[in-house]
Design a binder for this molecule. Structure first.
Ligand code: ATR
Length: 451
C-alpha cells in the first residue's frame, strides 16, 4: 500500500498535494509537525475542513525533533494537542472506508510516551474514539507481508519527507508498486549518481508492456563488493551499470575460465560493462550494449561504414565503445582529444583492430579532420547540461555533407548539434543511442524470463 506523506505547512498546501497525486495513494499521512501553529490550531476548531481530511484513510503524525520531525515544543503539550485532536470534529466526522480491520484513522504514537500521563491519556482517548494507534519500531528480522510504503512530494512543502523517498505517482505509475508481491523479480541500475537516471522509466514500462511481474529500481552505490552480495541476497535478475562502475564491473568477469562467469567479446575489448544478467544455470553474464546501441542509429543512416572517414571527439569511457564499434565496422578513425596523450594511447591500444590515428582537439588538427569528415561523433562531456553554451568543435565549419552524431542527450540538442543541423548535416541526437542501448538491454533482460 502507498502512504503519501503530506509535508506542506498549510492545509491549503496539503490540499494541493492531495490533488496533485490523487489516485496514486491508499492512505495519507498528515505531518502535523510540518504545519504552521495557526494551521494546526485550525484543525482543532474549524468545522469547514477540506473534504480529503474526512474521506481518506489517515495517519496523524506529530513528530518531535529528536525523532527527525519538526515539533520543537515539549512532549506534554504535543501529546495534549493529539488528545484534543482525537476529540475534535475532524475525528468525529471522519468517514473513510476501512483499510484492513478497524477504522481507517490512525495516530502515530511512539512507544516511550506511555511513561507520561499525557501519553497514556492520548492513547486512552484514541481507543475511546475508535482511532487506532501505530507504534513504530524497527524489525531487523524481516519485512512484514503488507507494509506501508511511504512516498512524498518533492516539490511543495519541505521536499521529500525522508531521504530516499520518491513521489507517489512514480511509485504507482513507474514502479507499479501496488501490483507487486513477494514473487516480483528485481532488476536495477547501479551507479552514482543514479537517482535521476531515465532507465527505470524505460525498463519498468517495458516490463509493464510485456506483462512481466518485475520491477527495475535505481541502486545508488559506491561499493561494488557489497553490492555483489546484495545481488545474491535480493536475487537480482539483471542490472544496468553506469558511471562510475562500467569499468570496475569488468573485474567480475575477468577470470574468464572461472565457473559461473560468462562475458561478451565487446566487454573485454572495450573494457566496460553496462549490462549484467543471470543465466538459467545461475551464471552471471556480462555484456556491453553501448557498442551496438551506438552503431544501430548510425547504420540506419549510413548502411556501410567500410572505409568511411570518422572523427571521434573525446577519448574517455564513452569514446572507447564508439571507437571499438567503428573499427569493427571497417571505418577509418581519427580520435581527437583535449589531452592528446590519452587519444594516442587509445589509438595505440586499438591499433590492431583497424586504421586509427590520433590528435589534439584544436585548430592544429583541422587538416586531419578534413580527411575524416564523412562522420563526426561527439563523445566528450562538453555542451552537456548545465554548460549548454560550450562547443568542443568551434574551430570547424560544417560543410553540410557530414553526418553528425552527438552522444549527449541532456540537452536534447547541444549547441554543436544545432550548428551541424543548420549547416545541412544529417544529425543523430544522444537520445537515439540511449534508446537503442536500452532496447538491447531490455532484450537481454527478457532472455532471463525462463529462469
Ligand atoms: P565518459 O565516460 O563520459 O567518456 P570520461 O572518461 O571522464 O567520461 O571522458 C570525458 C571526455 O570528455 C574526455 O575525452 C575529456 O577530455 P580529456 O581526456 O582531455 O579530459 C573530455 N572533456 C571533458 N571536459 C572537456 C573540456 N572542457 N574540453 C575538451 N574536452 C573535455
Amino acid at each position: 500500500m502507498i502512504c503519501f506523506t503530506l509535508s506542506a505547512d498549510t492545509l491549503q498546501g496539503m490540499t494541493s498535494q492531495v490533488d496533485r497525486y490523487r489516485d496514486c495513494f491508499d492512505i495519507l499521512e498528515v505531518r502535523l509537525d510540518f504545519l504552521r501553529q495557526d494551521e494546526r490550531d485550525k484543525l482543532l476548531r474549524s468545522t469547514a475542513l477540506p473534504a480529503w481530511l474526512r474521506e481518506t484513510p489517515l495517519i496523524l503524525t506529530l513528530r518531535r525533533q529528536s525523532d527527525g520531525g519538526a515539533w520543537n515544543g515539549d512532549d506534554t503539550s504535543r501529546l495534549n494537542y493529539l488528545s484534543s485532536l482525537v476529540v475534535s470534529s475532524l475525528v468525529e466526522n471522519h468517514s473513510a472506508h476501512p483499510v484492513g480491520a478497524g477504522r481507517s484513522l490512525f495516530l502515530d504514537l511512539e512507544d516511550d510516551v506511555v511513561a507520561l500521563d499525557a501519553g497514556r491519556k492520548a492513547a486512552n482517548v484514541a481507543a475511546l474514539h475508535g482511532v487506532q494507534i501505530i507504534r513504530s519500531r524497527h524489525d531487523f528480522q524481516g519485512t512484514p507481508e503488507d507494509p506501508l510504503s511511504y512516498g512524498s512530494d518533492p516539490g511543495e512543502g519541505r521536499g521529500h519527507a525522508a531521504p530516499g523517498q520518491i513521489d507517489p505517482r512514480s511509485m504507482d505509475e513507474v514502479y507499479r508498486l501496488r501490483s507487486q508481491g513477494p514473487n516480483s523479480e528485481v532488476f536495477g541500475i547501479i551507479g552514482n549518481p543514479v537517482l535521476h537516471s531515465r532507465s527505470p522509466a524505460f525498463h519498468n514500462a517495458a516490463f509493464s508492456r510485456h506483462g512481466r511481474d518485475a520491477v527495475y529500481v535505481p541502486f545508488p552505490t559506491d561499493d561494488l563488493t557489497a553490492f555483489r552480495e546484495l545481488m545474491s541476497l535480493l536475487d537480482i535478475r539483471g542490472l544496468s551499470v553506469t558511471i562510475p562502475h562500467k569499468e570496475k564491473v569488468v573485474s567480475w568477469f575477468e577470470d574468464r575460465g572461472a565457473a559461473g562467469v560468462v562475458s561478451s567479446p565487446e566487454l573485454a575489448a572495450v573494457g566496460a560493462c553496462n549490462t549484467v544478467t543471470r543465466s538459467s544455470s545461475g551464471d552471471i553474464v556480462g555484456a556491453n550494449t553501448d557498442v551496438a546501441g551506438f552503431l544501430l542509429p548510425l547504420l540506419y543512416r549510413v548502411p556501410s561504414l567500410r572505409d568511411r572517414g570518422v572523427t571521434v571527439l573525446g577519448a574517455g569511457g564513452a569514446s572507447r565503445a564508439v571507437v571499438y564499434g567503428l573499427l569493427s565496422s571497417g571505418a577509418r578513425v581519427l580520435v581527437l582529444n583535449r589531452n592528446q596523450d590519452r587519444a594516442n594511447s587509445l589509438a595505440a591500444e586499438y591499433g590492431d583492430l583497424g586504421r586509427i590515428t590520433a590528435g589534439g582537439l584544436g585548430p592544429n588538427s583541422h587538416a586531419s579532420l578534413e580527411a575524416h569528415n564523412d562522420i563526426i561523433v561527439q563523445t566528450t562531456s562538453v555542451g552537456m547540461h548545465p554548460d549548454v553554451d560550450a562547443d568542443p568543435l568551434s574551430f570547424y565549419e560544417f560543410s553540410g555533407t557530414e553526418v553528425f552524431y552527438e552522444i549527449i542527450y541532456a540537452p536534447p540538442k547541444t549547441k554543436l548539434l544545432v550548428r551541424a543541423e543548420a549547416a545541412g548535416c544529417v544529425v543523430i541526437g544522444g537520445e537515439e543511442m540511449f534508446l537503442a542501448q536500452a532496447e538491447l538491454q531490455a532484450g537481454l533482460f527478457a532472455q532471463t524470463e525462463s529462469i
